[in-house]
Design a protein around this ligand. Structure first.
Ligand code: ADP
Ligand code: MG
Length: 510
């Protein structure tokens, strides 16, 4: 067997455990500086040279090209966190990295990995049980939940306005049904919420109607044209009448396509692909609105909102495939030259849209990402009706509880439980460090406040001092999932003593 790193193998310089700890710490270090409201951004440059400036841990980890299998496992923690909670990705990775760092010292003291795993699991159980006791009902806190989720992102400057949009969308729709449309070229304060659907497209031909009342919507993910012959195919006509006959036939076919769609009752047509000018011309003459090259995500959003079926062959359209809504109209905005398409009065009352404006494209997309997360976070806080204090407060509270518990554990597992308690402090410590405070002093102050029974105390990143005003809050689920996910992954990695690289399968597929 080649490529084996064995923790127990004699003469091996670096064991699998050491390699795994290094990998976990590296990933945590990569995102460390972005944690919290004063966290720095990263500039991500893709292979084709396009740039993303972001503070979002999940976006960073999704983009970096990482091949080490253990590092990839840590990234999985972030992915799971994002999928379930929309937020807390950086925290989960930093905590997982810190658990692995603590492991290093425990292993050096000669504690067996299985013992460490047992201690960590006991500690996590205790920590999460304590989290339940400091959880509160959401009440009127949704706005603060949205603001907490957005602080530190570029969305923060217009935070109050954007938070209100988030709350409106998240209390009406599930995050999947919130359509966020992003457009540069106008101030962020122009961003708005609407309970219908918005598509960033405009009509194909000027003579098409600007608005359609009583809209019947046909959606296609195919081209509305006759199939063209493959490239390089030559046609030779020996008789000019044949050539014009061919062209006539093509025209008739195109007209049939248009007529079939109109006959189905459609008066609004959107296609993900191209629409032939001849087809569009028939639409325009019949006062049918049409837009082409609509983004797949927009097409799906309209389908959900209007109860339409997306059709893949123009001639297959039937009345039952059409969606409906009160009206479809193009609206123009002062500073943004191109109009937007609005679907008003849609039958699916669970759909909503947020239109995000920002002066530049990078900013618009970063705000779009921040809103996407914030809507999810607010939705969770609303649905679970369970919130905890942010700013590392819940982590500190859990840490103290676990420390207390450690004394009762005894034996070698006690060291692992103590190490777990220490690892929990990494979140408040990193938050303090990232806003230029001394982590040691801040942790001391915070510990004292919590020990005195102030379960909501946190280090306010902007004041640089202790606060307990309960405006920095996050859903309990965000903290719970991060702690659980990081612990599970750390334990899984700890049990590995051997990394074996699979060889190429042989002729028997073995
Ligand atoms: P994550 O990817 O883990 O969500 P963020 O960079 O979004 O990382 O930072 C989130 C952390 O910042 C949370 O622990 C949150 O409670 C904390 N936080 C937000 N606002 C403040 C604030 N004003 N003061 C201190 N901490 C804050
Ligand atoms: Mg966050």
């Amino acid at each position: 067997m080649a490529d084996v790193t064995d923790a127990t193998q004699e003469g091996q310089k670096v064991t699998a455990q050491e390699v795994n700890i290094i990998a976990a710490k590296e990933i945590a270090n990569l995102v460390r500086s972005t944690l919290g409201p004063m966290g720095m951004d990263k500039m991500l440059v893709s292979n084709d040279g396009s740039i993303t400036v972001t503070n979002d841990g999940a976006t960073i980890l999704r983009t970096v090209n990482i091949t080490h299998p253990t590092a990839r496992m840590i990234i999985q923690v972030a992915k799971a966190q994002e999928a379930e909670c929309y937020d807390g990705t950086t925290s989960s990775v930093i905590f997982a990295g810190e658990l692995m760092k603590q492991t290093e010292q425990l292993l050096a003291k000669g504690i067996h990995p299985t013992m460490i795993v047992r201690g960590f699991k006991q500690a996590a159980k205790k920590a999460l049980a304590h989290l339940d006791t400091i959880t509160e009902n959401t009440g009127k806190a949704l706005n603060d939940v949205a603001l907490t989720a957005m602080t530190g992102k570029s969305a923060e400057d217009d935070g109050d306005h954007l938070a209100a949009l988030c709350v409106e969308a998240a209390t009406r729709s599930s995050p999947n049904d919130v359509n966020i449309v992003v457009r540069p070229g106008a101030p962020v304060s122009d961003s708005f919420f609407t309970d219908g659907c918005i598509v960033d497209k405009s009509k194909m031909i000027h003579s098409m109607p600007e608005a359609v009342v009583g809209a019947k919507v046909a959606l296609f993910d195919c081209e509305l044209t006759v199939p063209s012959l493959g490239q390089g195919v030559n046609m030779q006509f020996n008789d000019p009448t044949l050539a014009s006959q061919y062209l006539e036939e093509k025209k008739t076919e195109l007209a049939t396509i248009a007529q079939q769609i109109i006959d189905s009752g459609a008066n609004v047509v959107l296609s993900m692909k191209d629409i032939d000018p001849a087809v569009a011309d028939v639409f325009a003459r019949n006062k049918v609105y049409a837009a082409r090259r609509v983004a797949a995500s927009d097409l799906e959003a309209v389908a959900v909102a209007t109860n339409a079926t997306i059709v893949s062959n123009a001639l297959d359209i039937e009345p039952a495939d059409l969606g409906e809504c009160d009206s479809v109209e193009e609206k123009k905005f002062d500073l943004s030259p191109r109009p937007l398409l609005f679907f008003n009065g849609v039958p699916n009352s669970e759909v909503s849209s947020i239109m995000v404006f920002a002066p530049t494209e990078h900013l618009a997309y970063e705000i779009g990402r921040a809103l996407d997360d914030a809507v999810g976070v607010v939705h969770i806080a609303h649905k679970d009706n369970a919130i905890v204090s942010g700013g590392g407060s819940a982590y500190m509270s859990m840490s103290l509880q676990v420390k207390d518990f450690a004394a009762s554990v005894g034996g070698r597992a006690q060291l692992a439980v103590e190490a777990y308690a220490e690892a929990l402090e990494i979140i408040p410590a990193t938050l303090a460090e990232n806003c230029g405070l001394s982590p040691i002093d801040s942790l001391l102050k915070l510990r004292v406040a919590h020990a005195n029974g102030d379960h909501g105390a946190y280090i306010d990143a902007f004041e640089g001092d202790l606060s307990a005003d309960r405006t920095v809050i996050e859903p309990k689920r965000v903290v719970h999932t991060a702690v659980q996910g990081a612990t599970d992954t750390a334990c899984m990695i700890l049990r590995i003593d051997n990394i074996v690289t699979a060889k190429e399968p042989d002729e028997f597929g073995m």
